[in-house]
Write a protein that binds this ligand. Structure first.
Ligand code: 5GP
Ligand code: ZN
Length: 119
């Protein structure tokens, strides 16, 4: 699928374009992984599709392979950070669920014990 135009008002499109700096820890043709600026765990990385879509559902609908690529890159970064297979993956979808940036992103959290249910 051909890339959609960059959303000029979008923070994560700006990070993908390297217009805004980020601590990048991994990348593929379709995805970019960088550390969250406000980490909630020793490892807190955001994995985003390079293409602008608003949320995980839209990504799955438009390109399921790109959704898979995001998840695989998260696993690669979890391995790089030595998490030993223990980590949490979260897609917040919608303001009511805590989504604040409307460019799909997968949170990779690890390096500490995780509670359930989440807050
Ligand atoms: P959401 O709340 O939409 O699920 O997650 C957005 C995440 O983006 C938050 O965890 C927030 O800390 C992170 N974030 C916001 N602005 C920046 C930024 O400029 N750089 C980085 N690396 N992360 C950011
Ligand atoms: Zn975007």
């Amino acid at each position: 699928m051909s890339p959609e135009p960059t959303d000029t008002g979008c923070l994560f499109c700006s990070i993908v374009a390297a217009d805004i700096p980020a601590d990048v820890v991994g990348e593929t043709e379709h995805s970019l992984a960088f550390r969250d600026v406000n980490p909630q765990a020793p490892t807190h990385v955001l994995v985003v599709p390079r293409r602008h879509v608003a949320n995980a559902g839209e990504l799955a609908e438009s390109a399921a392979d790109e959704l898979g690529d995001v998840v695989l890159l998260a696993r690669t970064v979890a391995d790089q950070d030595g998490l030993g297979g223990d980590y949490r993956l979260v897609f917040n979808t919608g303001e009511g669920a805590g989504q604040s940036v409307f460019h799909a992103h997968l949170h990779l959290l690890g390096g500490r014990a995780m509670k359930w249910p989440p807050g």
